[in-house]
Design a protein around this ligand. Structure first.
Ligand SMILES: [Zn+2]
Length: 89
């Protein structure tokens, strides 16, 4: 390999290397985009409306003060479905 060819080879190698780095950083950027998209999708899975709807308006269930299970209202009487604890509101 004479000097001219070696320089040409190194220049080509340099371009190839730049291409690899460029492709790698492009892939990394793509991956970050994907991860960001996944984060957004995960957040969308949480239905905040449903969470707040529980507190809004007429409540049909509440947490039992004894065991924390759901209590159901019958008229003004709240009864725990789990332990049977009940009280009149
Ligand atoms: Zn209970």
């Amino acid at each position: 390999m004479d000097d001219l060819n070696r320089r040409a080879f190194l220049r080509r190698a340099g371009f190839a290397f730049a291409g690899v780095v460029g492709a790698a950083s492009f892939a990394a950027a793509q991956q970050q985009e994907e991860e960001k998209k996944e984060d957004e999708e995960t957040q969308e899975e949480i239905d905040y409306d449903a969470l707040f709807a529980e507190d809004a308006g007429d409540e049909d269930t509440r947490a039992c003060p004894q065991c924390g299970a759901l209590m159901y209202r019958q008229g003004r009487t709240w009864t725990c479905e789990n332990c049977g604890y009940s009280y009149v509101e």
